[in-house]
Design a protein. Structure first.
Length: 288
């Protein structure tokens, strides 16, 4: 029968290393007299010891000190590490402003081949997602569905295109020249003033001013439904492509709608499309 091994009284190598580090710790000034640099040094020491000895109390102490000194980067790190079940000292950290969103900072964490990103709030995450979709719409609009693009064609620009096209029409001028009676009926239909007949019962000849008035009225009427206007000249399959070619997409509105409908995580997380919130309200997502 094998003998039972007696528990070793010697500490593990990790614990021993932590104790040696603790014994060599430089004495720091009292809390009230510590500089931010000294506070960060102590926090790092506490994290190292917490990792070596698996001591949650040191983690708590490190976080309390980070909160006391307002070290936001460390507070985000502690929260994300807790949320993903890792010790903060094991995470490689990067930090920087997001390129397209002034004032929004992104914190990135790596552990092996896993990566996470975080920011200070869900509102900041939404801003990043909107900027991401905006860039995609500019660079690769084809990755979005046609039905989505249809909803966000720049209708104002399309109306202006129809107006410009119809203002060049000679229809009203030719009608006034060839069929003045029909022209004056058209004037009445579009809300213009029809002059009284002369002594012989004839209506005066249309002048340039009334022709321009009718041309503008007809142009505005045609431009009120620009898609219907295009359908007079193109097949159903061609109308949408032509509208996008003419007017493009209202990119800002489309990006905001996409994030509102699908959620920021759908565009930020390539891992699972989810956006998460930590205990203290920081937003984070897994990138891979």
């Amino acid at each position: 029968m094998a003998k039972k091994r007696k528990p070793s009284k010697k500490p593990s190598k990790a614990v021993a290393a932590a104790r040696r580090a603790s014994s060599k710790r430089k004495p720091l000034p009292p809390v009230r007299e510590r500089t931010p640099a000294q506070a960060r040094e102590l926090i790092n020491q506490l994290l190292t010891e917490a990792a070596a000895e698996d001591d949650a109390s040191r983690l708590i102490g490190a976080r309390d000190m980070a909160e006391q000194y307002g070290f936001v980067d460390l507070l985000v790190l502690f929260d994300v590490a807790d949320a993903i079940g890792e010790n903060p000292v094991t995470l490689d950290v990067e930090e920087g402003a997001y390129r397209d969103v002034p004032g929004v900072t992104v914190f990135r964490y790596r552990l092996g081949n896993r990566e996470w990103a975080a920011t200070l709030s869900e509102e900041d995450a939404d801003k990043i997602a909107v900027a991401t979709v905006t860039q995609d719409l500019k660079d690769e609009p084809g990755i979005f569905s046609e039905s989505f693009l249809q909803q966000h064609i720049d209708k104002d620009k399309l109306r202006e295109w129809v107006l410009d096209a119809e203002r060049e029409s000679d229809y009203a001028r030719e009608l006034a020249k060839d069929e003045p009676d029909r022209f004056w009926k058209l004037v009445e239909q579009v809300g213009g003033d029809v002059p009284d007949p002369d002594e012989d019962g004839d209506t005066p000849e249309p002048d340039d001013e009334i022709v321009s008035f009718v041309t503008e009225a007809l142009a505005r009427d045609r431009a009120s439904d620009p898609m219907a206007y295009l359908s007079e000249f193109y097949t159903d399959d061609e109308v949408m492509a032509k509208a996008i070619e003419i007017a493009g997409i209202d990119i800002e509105a489309a990006a905001e709608a996409a994030v509102r409908d699908d959620g920021a995580g759908h565009f930020l997380s390539s891992y699972d499309g989810e956006l998460h919130t930590t205990t203290h309200g920081y937003a984070y997502w897994r990138e891979n």
